[in-house]
Write a protein that binds this ligand. Structure first.
Ligand code: ADP
Ligand code: MG
Length: 234
C-alpha cells in the first residue's frame, strides 16, 4: 500500500520509466530536435554560439534526469545493515569538507549530549545518497542568499524517547517561499536554472522504504532544516 502511495507521488523505478519521466525527457529532446532542424538549411545566418550553448544545456538536462533515475535503480534492493549514525555522518562530512571550505561554508556535525549512539538498519549507499542530496541543496541555498554572515550547515543525529532516531540537516540559506514549501517533494519541481527536481523526491522515497519520514521546516530568508526519522535498531 505504501509502495503504491509513493509511486503515485514519484515515478516508478522498478526498471520502468514512467510517463512522467518520459515526458520530462521528451521536452529537452524536442527543443534540441527543433533547433537542429532549424539550422540545417542555412547555418550562416544564425547565432551559432547561442544555439550551441542552448543545445548543450538541453543535452545536460536530459543527461542529469536520466542519471538521477539510474542512480536510484542501481541502489534498490541492496543489503541493509546496522549503521552507527554518528560515525556515518562523520564520513559524509569528510566527503564535503573541501567543497564547503572552497565556498566558505562551515559544515559541522553537532553531537547531542544524550549518552547514546543512534543507529538504524538501512542500506548505507541509499542513506548516503539522501544526505548528499540534502547537503548539496543546503550549499546551493546558502549560495543563493546575499547574507552577510557566514554560511553554516550543521548536521546531527539523535535518539528519540520512542526508540526512533533522527538526522537533521540545517542551513542558514535562503529558506523557502510558500510555493516551494508546498511542492519541493514533487518530482521535477525545481527553482534552479539547472536543477532536475529529483533529489528530494528520490530522497523521500528512499526514507519511506525503511518506514521512515523525511520532513522539512523552513523560514523564508532565514534557513531550512530537513529532518529524517527512522526506526532505531534497538
Ligand atoms: P533541485 O535541487 O534539482 O532543484 P531538489 O528535489 O533537490 O531538486 O529540490 C527541489 C527544490 O526544493 C529546490 O529547487 C529548492 O527550491 C528547494 N530546496 C531544497 N532544499 C532547500 C534548502 N535547503 N533551502 C531552500 N530551498 C531548498
Ligand atoms: Mg537538489
Amino acid at each position: 500500500k505504501l509502495e503504491n502511495a509513493v509511486s503515485k507521488n514519484c515515478f516508478s523505478f522498478n526498471g520502468h520509466i514512467s510517463a512522467d519521466l518520459a515526458h520530462e525527457i521528451k521536452n529537452p529532446l524536442t527543443i534540441i530536435r527543433g533547433f537542429i532542424q532549424l539550422i540545417k538549411p542555412d547555418l550562416e545566418q544564425l547565432n551559432k554560439k547561442e544555439i550551441g550553448e542552448l543545445l548543450l544545456n538541453e543535452i545536460d538536462r536530459a543527461k542529469s534526469l536520466i542519471e538521477g533515475c539510474l542512480q536510484t535503480s542501481f541502489t534498490v534492493n541492496q543489503k541493509t545493515e546496522e549503521v552507527d549514525l554518528n560515525e556515518f555522518l562523520n564520513e559524509i562530512i569528510l566527503l564535503f569538507q573541501v567543497e564547503a571550505s572552497k565556498r566558505n561554508i562551515s559544515l559541522t556535525q553537532t553531537l547531542t549530549d544524550k549518552p547514546s549512539c543512534p543507529s538504524t538498519y538501512i542500506n548505507r549507499n541509499e542513506l548516503k545518497q539522501v544526505l548528499i542530496n540534502l547537503i548539496k541543496n543546503a550549499m546551493e541555498a546558502i549560495e543563493e542568499t546575499k547574507r552577510e554572515t557566514e554560511g553554516r550547515i550543521s548536521i546531527t543525529a539523535s535518539n528519540k524517547n520512542d526508540g526512533s532516531v533522527t538526522i537533521q540537516v540545517s542551513d542558514n540559506g535562503k529558506g523557502m517561499d510558500e510555493r516551494t514549501a508546498a511542492n519541493l517533494f514533487e518530482p521535477f519541481f525545481t527553482t534552479k536554472q539547472d536543477g532536475t527536481g529529483l533529489g528530494l523526491c528520490i530522497s523521500r522515497r528512499i526514507i519511506n522504504q525503511y518506514n521512515g519520514k523525511l520532513s522539512v521546516k523552513s523560514s523564508y530568508g532565514e534557513g531550512t532544516t530537513f529532518q529524517i526519522n527512522l526506526p532505531g535498531s534497538f
